[in-house]
Ligand binder design. Structure first.
Ligand code: ATP
Ligand code: MG
Length: 322
């Protein structure tokens, strides 16, 4: 199972097998929860792409959403992302079917006129709303097995988290697979709700590991279209810590640099337009790795946090080809 068009997926056989087994279980009516936990860039979204493709192939209906750093105050923002497209595309008859029975308790949440009056957006995470949403999900799943995939759960709004917890505790016997991807937890009320989801006894937590040297070598060969020398692989593995996002950003910067048409005459970064400081200007040697490349790649490393400065990068990339 590899999602078409999603690029190389290295060293994730175990995770992919776990996810495939969960898709099969949900399809057969055995509701499951899988949490994918890992640091920025380790490959959580990539695994979600895989599980979405596998679910689609197995005939599951897929509802997807992602938390947004700037949308955490928007009550039920994630829940709306999950259900609104389906409800909007449904005929009146189908919509009435989906919102039948106890699911009707959630109907005001999707009623545009209520939203305009400010009622639907109040974040009323009452038992009635949570229960109504549960039945909406159940009604969809009972028509056709369902995957509910939520990315960037660490940024999800509190009301949606409350509902996901409510759903997670009621999956038994439902053809529904709930897959949640999150960065490691920090402080705060939302984090403790995410923590509860990760600790669900019936759930499985998948923690993608940093890539090993074999995978690093494969990725270098793929991105730079050349077989790398062993010391280069070692430097790349150390420098990136096996983090695929970091490694890709670094290799993309290398690839860009090699392709830059006026490499010698223009010391600026080809994409960002930033000029390197005097101390970091090209050395005039092989330029592999050129400090300029590292400098130009820096904006892409901001995701790694403030501790990821230029110095560790330079140290890691000290290797020069002969
Ligand atoms: N196992 C892997 N093999 C090769 N490339 C990978 C692998 N995992 C992820 N990647 C690539 O690394 C990059 C980062 O992956 P991804 O976006 O999934 O990280 P993430 O954990 O979701 O990060 P964030 O926490 O910032 O959302 C993507 O370009 C992805 O295609
Ligand atoms: Mg992601």
């Amino acid at each position: 199972m590899t999602a078409p068009g999603a690029g190389l997926l290295l060293e994730r056989d175990t995770e992919v097998a776990t996810l495939a087994a969960m898709v099969a279980a949900a399809r057969d009516g055995d509701g499951r929860l899988v949490a994918i936990e890992g640091s920025a860039g380790i490959g959580k979204t990539r695994l979600l792409t895989e599980v979405r493709a596998a679910a689609g192939e197995a005939g599951l209906h897929v509802l997807a959403a992602r938390g947004g750093e700037l949308e955490r105050e928007f009550a039920f923002g994630v829940v709306r992302q999950l259900f609104e497209p389906l409800l909007a595309m449904s005929s009146q008859e189908e919509r009435a079917e989906l919102l039948a029975g106890a699911a009707a308790l959630a109907a005001p949440l999707f009623d545009q006129s209520q939203l305009r009056l400010g009622n639907g957006a109040s974040g009323d995470a009452s038992f009635a709303t949570l229960h109504g949403l549960y039945w909406l999900a159940a009604n969809i799943a009972l028509r056709r097995p369902l995957l509910v995939a939520v990315d960037d759960l660490h940024w999800a709004d509190a009301a949606s988290l409350r509902w996901l917890g409510y759903l997670a505790r009621r999956l038994e016997g439902l053809p529904l697979l709930l897959v949640l991807a999150t960065r490691p937890l920090s402080e705060g009320e939302e984090s403790s709700m995410v923590g509860e989801l990760l600790a669900e006894p019936a759930g499985v937590v998948v923690r993608p590991e940093p890539l090993g040297t074999v995978a690093v070598a494969a990725l270098i060969a793929d991105v730079l279209s050349a077989e790398p020398e062993e010391p280069f692989v070692a430097a790349a593995a150390t420098g990136s810590g096996g983090n695929p996002l970091f490694l890709r950003a670094l290799l993309d910067a290398f690839a860009r640099e090699q392709l830059a048409p006026r490499r010698r005459t223009s010391p600026g970064c080809s994409s960002s337009g930033q000029r390197p400081s005097h101390a970091l200007s090209p050395s005039g040697s092989h330029g592999w790795p050129s400090p300029r490349v590292l400098w130009c790649a820096r904006p892409q490393f901001s995701v790694m946090g403030p501790s990821f400065g230029l110095r560790p990068l330079s140290r890691a990339w000290r290797y020069r080809p002969h």
